[in-house]
Design a protein around this ligand. Sequence first.
Ligand code: HAM
Length: 421
Amino acid sequence: MSILRAVKGMNDLFCPELNMWQKIEKTAAEIFSAYGFQEIRTPILEELSLYVRGVGEESDIVAKEMYALKDRDEKMLSLRPEGTAGVVRAVIENSKVGLDGELKSFYIGPMFRRERPQKGRLRQFHQIGAEFFGVAEASVDVEVIAMLHDFLAALGLQDLKLILNTLGQPEERVDYLKALYDYFVLHSDNICSDCQRRLQKNTLRILDCKQPQCVKISEDAPLILAFLSEESLEHFNEVQAGLTRLSIPYEVSPRLVRGLDYYNRTVFEIVASSGLGAQNAVAAGGRYDGLVKKLGGSDVPAFGFAAGIERIVLLLIEQSGAAQAIPLDVVLVYADSIGKEKAFELLYQLRRKNIKADLDHKSRSVKAQMRRADRLGSKTVLVIGEKEVQEQSGQLKLLSTGETLSVSLVCSAIEEALQIN
Ligand code: HAM
């Protein structure tokens, strides 16, 4: 019989690596709630049209990477490729954002894109994202980027770079796109085949192509800044001034564009200088003032980002080594049936005090139980037999040094001894 395997690009996760995930998710929840963001959970499956309308029909995500399926009622559904469109749908449908209202939401969960898997690029990956609805002011862009900055700093990530650009407003982009088209059409024989398609459908995305010939040609392409209105320039200047005031370093890259079509004005990426190879964006986002209206809501501005958990984990492992298992505090080893009864009783008392305690259920020899404790990486063992039960005292052994300590066989005494060691 053939071995059943996980779908390509979709990983199983185990401890101790998963301990890192829990720490990342907990850190995000703590920091985001300090900024007033509350968690939102939306379905993994949505109507396909949400992404066609929200992310954009011509985006690579929708054109090439969707996991779509037909429901029994013929409706086309899709596994979510990203979180923003679903959150926007949810807040409109549940009347959570109105004209005057503000809403700050964050989410954590799996996303699905049928990309070519490689280091840091999966078909099922996980994002931690945040969306701030209701404010068009540049200070929100600064606040949300600052929150992301705090989160990544709290995880101890180093050598990250914030790259910033503005895409202006859609009406300002019309002339810019025309200028871009006119420029690239002159070079159409020398750009890659993907970019030849982009030239007709989504010219802006050529700036994001990593093929050397396209990068070279893009170097002399017109820049958006020359096409921006006073207001958009002012908005972008305020974002930069706000980041500077908070001592958050950034770099402006006039060629930064995004793979999703909903953005206007500020867009950004946080990239790692090393450790992620080609997939170096740890987090990315920007402003999307038109999306709520486009998906049927009021005219509500918004700003948000998403960070990739797998990429954060890769960087943490690269920077501080593989995840370590959380060791047991104590394994109770019993020498006979009376010892086993006492060990069982103590085991549950210790666990109720949040002490990581364990015992071998199989009534094996003391030696075998000791070997098991060692294998499990316990800090200590406590051997209990009829004699110890009678004397109400046993020897707590530190496995790292072999040192022993006499303890009474009551939960509080063992707890105290474990704290000392
Ligand atoms: P995105 O740039 O498509 O933006 O994804 C954000 C982050 O998700 C990336 O920087 C990366 O860390 C991670 N990521 C994306 N694709 C993969 C993949 N195939 N494998 C592993 N990690 C991946 C968005 O998704 C927007 N919704 C962000 C946003 C929120 N903009 C406004 N609000």
